[in-house]
Design a protein around this ligand. Structure first.
Ligand SMILES: Cc1ncc(COP(=O)(O)O)c(C=O)c1O
Length: 340
């Protein structure tokens, strides 16, 4: 039953959908729950993960505005920037990336996502963490200067996490309705959907999508940076913007509806503890799935710690949303090899 209707704006097709849902039989037995993985890491265009669903809407808007260049930003190994760079190549657009690094005069080596960014032709500007705080202004300035040289640039916010990008995960929730019926055992089964929260757009889409498509699911984000307060604010703002922009008639309360499980940032954003990397190896060896060290590895680690504390804390059925990021493993090779 649909409780609220949404007319989606124009979307381009980039992702290979629907992505599969895979039961994790051995890990389910080990941790005493029914555990499934929604394989959005297999969403297509070079394993682009969650970003591609958002970019289907955001890049449709860029093309609608006749842009010839897209500008976006992120950390040095940003999956979002890499996905944008590849999608731009598919669409024949130029791509300029503002990538954050501690010392822009000494940028990181050509590895992981950075290597893919460069191979696919993206232009990279290295910026410091302090400059990154002004990222939206910097992108606007770049867009203006490109405009002055006769180009038309379109700026995409960090993680494509705005109301438009969140539509990608509202749509994904429509897909999950079928997954829940077909894979979890029929009907509108109660379940918990767990995802890594990095900039908040994925969580925002899932929360709104669950309401729009009346899914009997609790959405729980595990933050891989910042803290709960930051994400209640960030995700709440994206949800409220989407409700306003798309005239959604639904009951949303950020304090009630944004569920964040805090406490698993560990050593910090993109920094890995051995326990997290060991779990990545355990999941790969037990189920043949590669989690990434920055997002899904930390979120999966958090989920398992919560299950060890209370095996029923998420109910009986859990869908872990695998949002991609495999290329982040390669720059961690030195830290991983002693664990092998
Ligand atoms: C692999 C991966 N998973 C999860 C996320 C988090 O998604 P969001 O930024 O929408 O919170 C990101 C990006 O930030 C990502 O690259």
């Amino acid at each position: 039953m649909t409780t609220c209707s949404l007319t989606f704006p124009r979307q381009i097709q980039l992702a290979k959908l629907p992505t599969p849902v895979q039961p994790l039989r051995r890990l389910s037995e080990r941790y005493g729950v029914e555990l499934y993985v929604k394989r959005d890491d297999l969403s297509g265009i070079a394993l682009s993960g969650n970003k591609i669903r958002k970019l289907e809407f955001v890049l449709a808007d860029a093309l609608g505005q006749k842009a010839d260049t897209v500008i976006t930003c992120g950390g040095a190994q940003s999956n979002h920037c890499r996905a944008t760079a590849i999608a731009a190549a598919i669409l024949g657009l130029n791509c300029r990336l503002l990538l954050r690094t501690p010392d822009p005069s000494n940028p990181p080596p050509l590895d992981g996502n950075i290597l893919l960014d460069r191979i696919v032709g993206a232009e990279i500007a290295w910026i410091s963490p302090d400059e990154y705080k002004q990222r939206d202004e910097l992108m606007a300035r770049e867009a203006t200067s490109l405009q002055e040289s006769g180009r038309k640039a379109y700026a995409i916010p960090e993680g494509a996490s705005n109301a438009l990008g969140a539509l990608g995960y509202i749509r994904a929730m429509e897909e999950l309705v079928n997954d829940i019926v077909n894979t979890l055992g029929g009907g509108n089964q109660p379940c918990t959907i767990i995802n890594a929260a990095g900039s908040g757009g994925t969580s925002a889409g899932l929360i709104l999508g669950a309401k729009i498509f009346d899914v009997n699911a609790r959405i729980a984000g595990i933050n891989v940076r910042k803290d709960r307060g930051y994400f209640v604010q960030a995700i709440g703002t994206i949800c409220e913007q989407a409700i306003a922009d798309y005239h959604l008639v639904l009951d949303f309360d950020r304090q009630r509806d944004v569920r964040i499980i805090d406490g698993y940032v560990g050593l910090g954003y993109a920094l890995s503890q051995s326990e997290e990397l060991e779990l990545i190896c355990e999941v790969a060896r037990t189920e043949g799935i590669f989690l990434d060290p920055v997002y899904t590895g930390k979120a999966f680690f958090g989920m398992i710690q919560e299950l060890k504390r209370d095996p029923r804390c998420f109910g009986e059925k859990i869908i872990f949303l695998h949002t991609g990021g495999i290329f982040g493993l390669f720059p961690k090779a030195e830290q991983i090899w002693p664990l092998l």
